[in-house]
Every structure is written in C-alpha cells, then in structure tokens.
Design a protein around this ligand. Structure first.
Ligand SMILES: Cc1cc2nc3c(=O)[nH]c(=O)nc-3n(C[C@H](O)[C@H](O)[C@H](O)COP(=O)(O)O)c2cc1C
Length: 188
C-alpha cells in the first residue's frame, strides 16, 4: 500500500491537486493507494496537549502511515522550505516505527522557479535521521500555476508529466524490493 501525502493544509492548494494526480497514476498501474490530506488533520491535534495523548481523530492518519509500504510525499515550497504543518505532522507520528525502514518518495511543488528543490533536500534530512529509505528519483514541479489544466486534474507539461510517471514506476518497484524489511517486522 502506498500513501500519497499532500503536505500542506492550505485551502485551494495546488499541491493537493498534484497529489491527487499522482494517486491516480498509482491506481492506473494497479497499485493499492491512499491519499492523506493534511487539511483533514483534526483541529485539536494543534493543542499543546497533543505532544502527549493524541486526539482519537488522528488515529486514521497514524494507522495509514504504519500500514504503508511506501509514502509519496508531495509538498509545496513555503519560504524556501517545506511547510511547517508537514513537520508538525511528522512530529505527531509515533517514533520510531512510523518511518524506520519505510520507503519515501518526494515531489516538490512551487510557484517559483526552483520547484521546491530546497524543501525536498531539507525534508530528506529529516527522513534520513528517521532511517527511512529514500527513493533516488525525486521530482520538482516548478511554476505549477502554469502546468495544471483548468480543472486541476492533469499536468499539461509533457516533460514534467513524463518525469512524474517515471518516478511513480520507480517507486512501485522500489517499494516492492524493500517491502520485506519494512516496518511491520520491527513494530514496537
Ligand atoms: C506561506 C507560503 C510561502 C510560500 N513561499 C514560497 C517560496 O518560498 N517559493 C516559491 O516558489 N513559492 C512559494 N509559495 C507559493 C507556493 O509555492 C504556491 O502556492 C504553489 O501553488 C504551491 O503551494 P500550494 O500547494 O499551497 O498551492 C509560498 C506560498 C505560501 C502560502
């Protein structure tokens, strides 16, 4: 099972559109896929008390991560980095089993020129620390506002759509190869 994570809670986010397109690409290849949208995080997760007991409504997110063979994180560039809410989401998930030996793929999205390459590299440092397996093929969708169709359901730039397709193919194969040593074996 691959979980695509839309790594922002901004209403009207382009990242969510891209995440849905990517989830459809996995589905079209017959892969089992889910979508985690950070807009759906329960509001009380943002209470300081959540560093202790988590709200019950957070359980589906935690379970989805623990049940995933791979996480494909799609996330925007905010101030030259990944969104704070994405880091907070990571901080709320169980340590160490949420990411230990779990496969992770990265897609950056930005309005500007650089496609969130900075945010992708910064997020990789976090997942490196957490002993995740990073897919080498990363993708960057720069100037995203000009690369979606009006419905927001397709990437219109053929070159970037091709890179995304190659990344999705690579991740399915990467997850397949690493599945046996993924987290269910080390759940604590
Ligand atoms: C708080 C915030 C900070 C942003 N900082 C950057 C930035 O540093 N570089 C950039 O290219 N775009 C930046 N953007 C624009 C986003 O990349 C743009 O909104 C794009 O559509 C992806 O984000 P979205 O999923 O929120 O739509 C920022 C947007 C927000 C809301």
């Amino acid at each position: 099972m691959i979980q695509v994570i839309s790594g922002t809670n901004r209403a009207g986010s382009n990242t969510l559109k891209v995440a849905k397109i990517i989830a459809d690409m996995y589905r079209a290849r017959g892969a089992e896929v889910g979508l985690l949208d950070l807009q759906d995080l329960p509001a009380d997760l943002f209470s300081p008390a959540s560093y202790g007991a988590k709200p019950a409504a957070f359980a589906p997110f935690q379970d989805a991560v623990l049940g995933a063979d791979g996480l494909h994180v799609v996330f925007p560039e905010y101030n030259g980095s990944f969104p704070g809410v994405l880091k907070y989401f990571i901080d709320m998930l169980k340590f160490p089993e949420s990411f230990e030996h779990r496969c992770v793929a990265y897609t950056g999205v930005s309005a500007g020129l650089w496609g969130n390459i900075r945010g992708v590299e910064q997020l990789q440092l976090v997942f490196n620390y957490r002993n995740a397996y990073n897919l080498p093929e990363r993708t960057w969708l720069n100037q995203i506002q000009g690369k979606l169709n009006p419905e927001g359901t397709a990437i219109t730039d053929a070159f970037q759509a091709g890179l995304l397709a190659a990344q999705v193919d690579a991740f399915i194969s990467f997850v397949g190869r690493n599945k046996g040593i993924a987290p269910s074996a080390i759940k604590k």
